[in-house]
Design a binder for this molecule. Sequence first.
Ligand SMILES: Cc1ncc(COP(=O)(O)O)c(C=O)c1O
Length: 444
Amino acid sequence: MKEVVPSPPPLVHNQYESVRELFSKNVVPSYGRFDLVLSHGAGSYLYDVAGKRYLDLGAGIAVCCLGHAHPAITEALVEQSRKLIHVSNLYFTEPQGRLAAELVKRLGPGKCFFANSGAEANEGLFKLARKFGHDEGRFEILTAANSFHGRTLAGIAATGQDKVKKGFEPMTPGFRHIPFNDLAAARNALSPATVAILIEGVQGEGGITPATPEYLLGLRQLCDEKKLLLFMDGVQCGHYRTGKFQSFQRILEDREGRRVADPNIQGQRHAVPPDFLPDGVSMAKSLGGGFPIGAFWVRAPYADLLGPGTHATTFGGTPLACAVALKVLEVIHRERLDENARKLGEWFKRELERLAVTFPQVVKRARGLGFMLGLELVEKEKIPKLATSDKTAAIQLVNRLHQHGVMTIPAGTQIVRLLPPLNLKPQEAGEGIARIEEAVKALA
Ligand SMILES: Cc1ncc(COP(=O)(O)O)c(C=O)c1O
């Protein structure tokens, strides 16, 4: 390893100005970036070009699930890139087949398609739905208010937030929004053209709102009754972030996986198939731990709908991306990081709830589950130190947290998201809370 992967170079000069200039001259300004130029990372920490250290509780928006510069990811990249990086999907390669099998094992009988991002994974589900309903003239997909499904043209049409659509009209037809967690509204919204419903198990960009168990089970029933496909967008809330592989498995954990006596084997018990399984699940973000890869899984009855020639992407499921994704799954399993996200997440949430009790003039409530958490602030106008700025309360607190050496991510106007690496250590969680408390206290 040593000869091919040297450690990051020592900081010889602060490149802040030169990097900012490169961006302002050459990079499309489509992102509202924070005023930080980052240099390198190690574990749960990031360093800027001036050498300042930050505890990264954002993990690149729920991507770097093993933290930064994890040796297992580096090793998988080096090993696989020495062997085979890319061949196209004109051929079979072992890592793609093995990764598909691992995902199927975690979800249920079905098959996988590999892409490069979350938006592209969702695009695949949209095409699957269109194919499914095509001969009956059904094409419409219902998605939830406040949802987020990506920035492609179909992605922004699917996303239930006006801000992503503005300026890009007319929208791609075939998407309508329904209130989240409202089963009656879903039923009432159906039209003869409806073919699928897509929701996030935990809305991320919309502000950390989990689906209720009743909503998930009710949607499944509704979809069965009306011959609709039920899709879950697991791009942000998936990959063990909530303590289970997919958030719907966590939300429904008390209701599924009952074990009963197997009549064929004495004393043996087997798992009853879960009552709930969606028809499609999109994945990306943590799937590659930082290396770009997206995927969708489709349930067995529909797994062959997209036949040869119907869907493709050049870089989908390269041996390199799949080798990394396999390694990420292996580390999560070996180190029981699902349990870590669940247990440390519970502790973290209790601490955020404590902040809401201690500083009610700043913090309204804690949101979420596992390592998908939100700190909801009171209205900006009620926090004198934030009231006069034209920036949202969430962005202002994220900026202040940078000064305190912590990275977090805003969602909506009032919510600061915490999406830490799944291998965050207890003392790092403690450090994070202490720093968040300092920043919140300064606003009280
Ligand atoms: C729930 C959800 N779906 C889809 C996407 C789009 O993923 P990507 O940015 O990889 O295209 C995101 C990104 O934040 C997301 O949170």
